[in-house]
Design a protein around this ligand. Structure first.
Ligand SMILES: [Zn+2]
Length: 308
Protein backbone atom coordinates (compact mmCIF):
# COMPACT_ATOMS: atom_id res chain seq x y z
CA UNK A 1 0.00 0.00 0.00
CA UNK A 2 1.58 3.29 -0.96
CA UNK A 3 1.70 6.01 1.63
CA UNK A 4 0.29 9.53 1.26
CA UNK A 5 -0.27 12.53 3.49
CA UNK A 6 -3.21 14.89 3.51
CA UNK A 7 -2.17 18.47 2.72
CA UNK A 8 -4.59 21.29 3.56
CA UNK A 9 -4.23 24.94 2.54
CA UNK A 10 -6.70 27.31 4.20
CA UNK A 11 -7.26 30.48 2.19
CA UNK A 12 -9.51 33.48 2.50
CA UNK A 13 -11.95 32.12 -0.05
CA UNK A 14 -11.53 28.34 -0.02
CA UNK A 15 -9.86 25.33 1.53
CA UNK A 16 -7.60 23.53 -0.95
CA UNK A 17 -6.58 19.98 -0.16
CA UNK A 18 -4.88 16.96 -1.62
CA UNK A 19 -3.32 13.55 -1.04
CA UNK A 20 0.42 13.89 -1.54
CA UNK A 21 3.21 11.31 -1.70
CA UNK A 22 6.45 11.81 0.30
CA UNK A 23 8.06 12.94 -3.00
CA UNK A 24 5.49 15.68 -3.40
CA UNK A 25 3.31 14.11 -6.11
CA UNK A 26 -0.36 15.03 -5.83
CA UNK A 27 -2.65 12.00 -6.12
CA UNK A 28 -5.98 13.60 -5.45
CA UNK A 29 -6.88 17.27 -5.06
CA UNK A 30 -9.95 19.37 -4.49
CA UNK A 31 -11.31 22.50 -2.87
CA UNK A 32 -14.16 23.40 -0.57
CA UNK A 33 -15.77 26.65 -1.64
CA UNK A 34 -16.13 30.10 -0.15
CA UNK A 35 -19.46 30.03 1.65
CA UNK A 36 -18.33 27.49 4.23
CA UNK A 37 -15.07 29.28 5.10
CA UNK A 38 -16.57 32.32 6.79
CA UNK A 39 -15.89 31.52 10.45
CA UNK A 40 -14.51 28.82 12.74
CA UNK A 41 -17.61 26.62 12.38
CA UNK A 42 -17.39 27.02 8.61
CA UNK A 43 -13.72 26.06 8.56
CA UNK A 44 -14.40 23.02 10.75
CA UNK A 45 -17.27 21.91 8.52
CA UNK A 46 -14.97 22.32 5.53
CA UNK A 47 -12.24 20.27 7.21
CA UNK A 48 -14.65 17.41 7.93
CA UNK A 49 -15.63 17.43 4.25
CA UNK A 50 -11.96 17.36 3.27
CA UNK A 51 -11.27 14.40 5.55
CA UNK A 52 -14.24 12.46 4.19
CA UNK A 53 -13.21 13.09 0.58
CA UNK A 54 -9.58 12.10 1.22
CA UNK A 55 -10.58 8.91 3.04
CA UNK A 56 -12.97 7.89 0.26
CA UNK A 57 -10.32 8.41 -2.37
CA UNK A 58 -7.59 6.65 -0.37
CA UNK A 59 -9.80 3.61 0.14
CA UNK A 60 -10.75 3.51 -3.53
CA UNK A 61 -7.12 3.69 -4.69
CA UNK A 62 -5.58 1.58 -1.95
CA UNK A 63 -3.57 4.45 -0.43
CA UNK A 64 -2.61 4.66 3.22
CA UNK A 65 -2.93 8.06 4.90
CA UNK A 66 0.02 8.38 7.29
CA UNK A 67 0.12 12.08 8.19
CA UNK A 68 -1.68 15.40 7.85
CA UNK A 69 -0.31 18.91 7.49
CA UNK A 70 -2.07 22.25 7.25
CA UNK A 71 -1.11 25.81 6.28
CA UNK A 72 -3.25 28.63 7.59
CA UNK A 73 -2.99 32.44 7.34
CA UNK A 74 -2.04 34.16 10.57
CA UNK A 75 0.23 33.21 13.45
CA UNK A 76 0.05 29.66 14.71
CA UNK A 77 2.26 27.90 17.22
CA UNK A 78 3.18 24.66 18.95
CA UNK A 79 2.08 21.06 18.83
CA UNK A 80 -1.49 22.16 19.48
CA UNK A 81 -1.38 24.56 16.53
CA UNK A 82 -2.88 27.38 18.58
CA UNK A 83 -3.99 30.41 16.55
CA UNK A 84 -2.38 33.50 18.13
CA UNK A 85 -3.09 36.07 15.43
CA UNK A 86 -5.90 35.51 13.01
CA UNK A 87 -6.29 36.73 9.47
CA UNK A 88 -8.84 39.49 8.81
CA UNK A 89 -10.47 37.39 6.07
CA UNK A 90 -11.60 34.58 8.42
CA UNK A 91 -13.37 35.47 11.65
CA UNK A 92 -13.35 33.68 14.99
CA UNK A 93 -10.18 31.60 14.78
CA UNK A 94 -8.26 33.20 17.66
CA UNK A 95 -7.32 30.70 20.38
CA UNK A 96 -8.44 27.71 18.28
CA UNK A 97 -6.16 24.68 18.75
CA UNK A 98 -6.04 23.62 15.12
CA UNK A 99 -3.54 20.79 15.66
CA UNK A 100 -5.52 19.22 18.48
CA UNK A 101 -8.70 19.47 16.42
CA UNK A 102 -7.15 17.82 13.34
CA UNK A 103 -5.43 15.08 15.36
CA UNK A 104 -8.77 14.08 16.86
CA UNK A 105 -10.43 14.20 13.45
CA UNK A 106 -7.80 12.38 11.38
CA UNK A 107 -6.07 10.09 13.94
CA UNK A 108 -2.67 10.47 12.25
CA UNK A 109 0.38 12.66 13.09
CA UNK A 110 -0.40 16.34 12.44
CA UNK A 111 1.62 19.54 11.94
CA UNK A 112 0.32 23.07 11.29
CA UNK A 113 2.16 26.23 10.24
CA UNK A 114 1.64 29.57 8.51
CA UNK A 115 0.35 29.30 4.91
CA UNK A 116 3.18 31.27 3.27
CA UNK A 117 5.71 29.22 5.22
CA UNK A 118 4.37 25.85 4.01
CA UNK A 119 4.10 27.10 0.42
CA UNK A 120 7.74 28.18 0.74
CA UNK A 121 8.65 24.77 2.08
CA UNK A 122 7.18 23.11 -1.03
CA UNK A 123 8.94 25.44 -3.49
CA UNK A 124 12.19 25.02 -1.57
CA UNK A 125 12.00 21.21 -1.42
CA UNK A 126 10.57 20.18 -4.77
CA UNK A 127 9.79 23.40 -6.70
CA UNK A 128 11.81 26.29 -8.14
CA UNK A 129 14.10 26.53 -5.11
CA UNK A 130 15.20 22.91 -5.11
CA UNK A 131 18.96 22.50 -4.72
CA UNK A 132 19.64 26.15 -3.80
CA UNK A 133 21.23 27.11 -0.49
CA UNK A 134 19.67 30.51 0.14
CA UNK A 135 16.34 31.49 -1.38
CA UNK A 136 13.92 34.39 -0.92
CA UNK A 137 10.36 33.35 -1.83
CA UNK A 138 7.60 35.92 -2.27
CA UNK A 139 3.92 35.28 -2.92
CA UNK A 140 2.34 38.31 -4.56
CA UNK A 141 -1.37 37.75 -4.08
CA UNK A 142 -4.07 39.63 -2.15
CA UNK A 143 -1.24 40.39 0.29
CA UNK A 144 2.49 39.72 0.08
CA UNK A 145 3.53 36.41 1.63
CA UNK A 146 7.15 35.54 2.18
CA UNK A 147 9.38 32.63 3.08
CA UNK A 148 13.13 32.45 3.51
CA UNK A 149 15.52 29.54 3.11
CA UNK A 150 19.01 30.06 4.52
CA UNK A 151 21.65 27.36 4.25
CA UNK A 152 19.03 24.94 2.93
CA UNK A 153 16.79 25.45 5.97
CA UNK A 154 13.46 27.24 6.06
CA UNK A 155 13.62 30.12 8.55
CA UNK A 156 10.43 29.77 10.56
CA UNK A 157 10.86 30.89 14.16
CA UNK A 158 8.79 29.65 17.03
CA UNK A 159 5.63 31.31 15.72
CA UNK A 160 6.07 30.72 12.00
CA UNK A 161 6.69 34.41 11.35
CA UNK A 162 10.16 33.94 9.80
CA UNK A 163 10.54 35.32 6.29
CA UNK A 164 7.47 37.60 6.50
CA UNK A 165 8.91 40.18 4.13
CA UNK A 166 5.41 41.57 3.47
CA UNK A 167 5.54 43.33 6.83
CA UNK A 168 8.99 44.88 6.47
CA UNK A 169 8.75 48.69 6.55
CA UNK A 170 8.69 50.09 3.05
CA UNK A 171 7.39 53.65 3.66
CA UNK A 172 8.01 55.11 7.14
CA UNK A 173 4.66 56.21 8.65
CA UNK A 174 2.95 55.01 5.47
CA UNK A 175 -0.46 53.40 5.07
CA UNK A 176 -1.81 51.61 8.17
CA UNK A 177 -1.47 47.81 8.09
CA UNK A 178 -3.85 45.22 9.58
CA UNK A 179 -0.99 43.94 11.75
CA UNK A 180 -0.87 47.25 13.64
CA UNK A 181 2.20 48.85 12.04
CA UNK A 182 2.41 51.30 9.15
CA UNK A 183 3.92 51.39 5.69
CA UNK A 184 4.41 47.61 5.27
CA UNK A 185 5.74 46.40 1.92
CA UNK A 186 2.56 44.43 1.15
CA UNK A 187 0.58 47.68 1.08
CA UNK A 188 2.74 48.69 -1.91
CA UNK A 189 3.26 45.30 -3.57
CA UNK A 190 0.13 43.13 -3.78
CA UNK A 191 -3.05 42.75 -5.80
CA UNK A 192 -4.72 45.26 -3.50
CA UNK A 193 -1.90 47.76 -4.03
CA UNK A 194 -2.09 47.22 -7.79
CA UNK A 195 -5.79 48.15 -7.84
CA UNK A 196 -5.12 51.26 -5.72
CA UNK A 197 -2.20 52.49 -7.83
CA UNK A 198 -4.08 51.80 -11.07
CA UNK A 199 -6.99 53.92 -9.83
CA UNK A 200 -4.63 56.70 -8.77
CA UNK A 201 -3.36 56.71 -12.34
CA UNK A 202 -6.96 57.17 -13.54
CA UNK A 203 -7.83 53.52 -14.24
CA UNK A 204 -11.39 52.18 -14.14
CA UNK A 205 -12.74 51.67 -10.60
CA UNK A 206 -14.39 48.36 -11.54
CA UNK A 207 -11.21 46.67 -12.78
CA UNK A 208 -9.86 43.87 -10.57
CA UNK A 209 -6.18 42.99 -10.28
CA UNK A 210 -6.77 40.20 -12.81
CA UNK A 211 -8.36 42.68 -15.27
CA UNK A 212 -5.40 45.02 -14.83
CA UNK A 213 -2.90 42.22 -15.57
CA UNK A 214 -4.91 41.27 -18.68
CA UNK A 215 -4.94 44.91 -19.85
CA UNK A 216 -1.21 45.27 -19.24
CA UNK A 217 -0.62 42.17 -21.38
CA UNK A 218 -2.59 43.85 -24.16
CA UNK A 219 -0.28 46.86 -23.79
CA UNK A 220 -2.61 49.31 -22.05
CA UNK A 221 -0.30 52.02 -20.68
CA UNK A 222 -2.03 52.73 -17.39
CA UNK A 223 -2.13 49.05 -16.48
CA UNK A 224 1.50 48.55 -17.51
CA UNK A 225 2.61 51.54 -15.45
CA UNK A 226 0.69 50.36 -12.37
CA UNK A 227 2.16 46.88 -12.68
CA UNK A 228 5.62 48.38 -13.25
CA UNK A 229 5.31 50.31 -10.00
CA UNK A 230 4.28 47.16 -8.12
CA UNK A 231 7.31 45.41 -9.64
CA UNK A 232 9.71 48.21 -8.70
CA UNK A 233 8.40 48.21 -5.12
CA UNK A 234 8.85 44.44 -4.98
CA UNK A 235 12.44 44.67 -6.19
CA UNK A 236 13.29 47.37 -3.63
CA UNK A 237 11.67 45.40 -0.80
CA UNK A 238 13.46 42.18 -1.73
CA UNK A 239 16.79 44.04 -2.06
CA UNK A 240 16.61 45.00 1.64
CA UNK A 241 16.46 41.32 2.57
CA UNK A 242 19.00 40.34 -0.10
CA UNK A 243 21.56 42.74 1.36
CA UNK A 244 21.13 40.83 4.63
CA UNK A 245 21.04 37.18 3.50
CA UNK A 246 22.82 37.22 0.10
CA UNK A 247 20.42 34.86 -1.72
CA UNK A 248 21.18 32.59 -4.70
CA UNK A 249 17.65 32.83 -6.01
CA UNK A 250 14.41 34.83 -5.75
CA UNK A 251 11.20 32.89 -6.41
CA UNK A 252 8.02 34.82 -7.25
CA UNK A 253 4.64 33.14 -6.83
CA UNK A 254 1.05 34.17 -6.18
CA UNK A 255 -1.71 35.45 -8.46
CA UNK A 256 0.22 38.47 -9.75
CA UNK A 257 3.13 36.30 -10.89
CA UNK A 258 0.86 35.50 -13.87
CA UNK A 259 1.96 38.93 -15.16
CA UNK A 260 5.36 37.34 -15.85
CA UNK A 261 8.05 39.74 -17.02
CA UNK A 262 5.70 42.75 -16.76
CA UNK A 263 6.14 42.33 -13.01
CA UNK A 264 9.50 40.61 -12.76
CA UNK A 265 11.55 42.79 -15.17
CA UNK A 266 10.97 46.07 -13.23
CA UNK A 267 11.47 44.15 -9.97
CA UNK A 268 14.83 42.82 -11.11
CA UNK A 269 15.90 46.27 -12.27
CA UNK A 270 15.16 48.11 -9.01
CA UNK A 271 16.59 45.13 -7.10
CA UNK A 272 19.90 45.54 -8.89
CA UNK A 273 19.95 49.29 -8.37
CA UNK A 274 19.47 48.98 -4.63
CA UNK A 275 21.52 45.87 -3.84
CA UNK A 276 25.13 45.84 -2.80
CA UNK A 277 26.90 44.96 -6.06
CA UNK A 278 27.92 41.51 -4.91
CA UNK A 279 24.63 40.82 -3.10
CA UNK A 280 22.74 40.82 -6.41
CA UNK A 281 25.50 39.30 -8.55
CA UNK A 282 24.31 36.13 -10.22
CA UNK A 283 20.96 36.18 -8.35
CA UNK A 284 18.25 34.76 -10.60
CA UNK A 285 14.57 35.74 -10.40
CA UNK A 286 12.26 32.90 -11.38
CA UNK A 287 8.56 32.15 -11.18
CA UNK A 288 7.31 29.65 -8.62
CA UNK A 289 6.81 26.21 -10.15
CA UNK A 290 4.06 24.59 -8.12
CA UNK A 291 1.36 27.22 -8.76
CA UNK A 292 -1.60 27.24 -6.40
CA UNK A 293 -0.80 23.71 -5.22
CA UNK A 294 2.35 24.85 -3.39
CA UNK A 295 0.39 25.37 -0.18
CA UNK A 296 -1.21 21.94 -0.02
CA UNK A 297 1.96 20.14 -1.12
CA UNK A 298 4.05 22.00 1.47
CA UNK A 299 1.45 21.27 4.15
CA UNK A 300 1.58 17.54 3.37
CA UNK A 301 5.40 17.54 3.42
CA UNK A 302 5.31 19.34 6.77
CA UNK A 303 2.91 16.69 8.10
CA UNK A 304 5.25 13.91 6.93
CA UNK A 305 8.42 15.56 8.27
CA UNK A 306 7.17 17.00 11.54
CA UNK A 307 3.76 15.55 12.29
CA UNK A 308 3.15 14.43 15.88
ZN1 LIG B 1 2.02 44.83 8.30
Amino acid sequence: MSEVAIGIDIGGTEIKYGLVTPRGEVRHAGAVGTEVVAAREGVQRGLREVLASCRRHAELKGLEITALGMGIPGTVTGRRGTMLMTPPQIQGLKGWETGTYLRRLARVPVAVDNDATVAGLAEARIGAGRGFETVILVTVGTGLGGALVVGGQLVRGEYGTGGEIGHAVFIPDGLPCAHGGRGCLELYTSAKALVRIYRELGGRDQDSARDIVAKAKQGQRRATRALGEIGRNLGLGVSALANVVAPDLVVVGGGLSAAGRLLIAPARESFKEQCLPYASKGVRWVRARLGNKAGLIGAALLGIEEGV
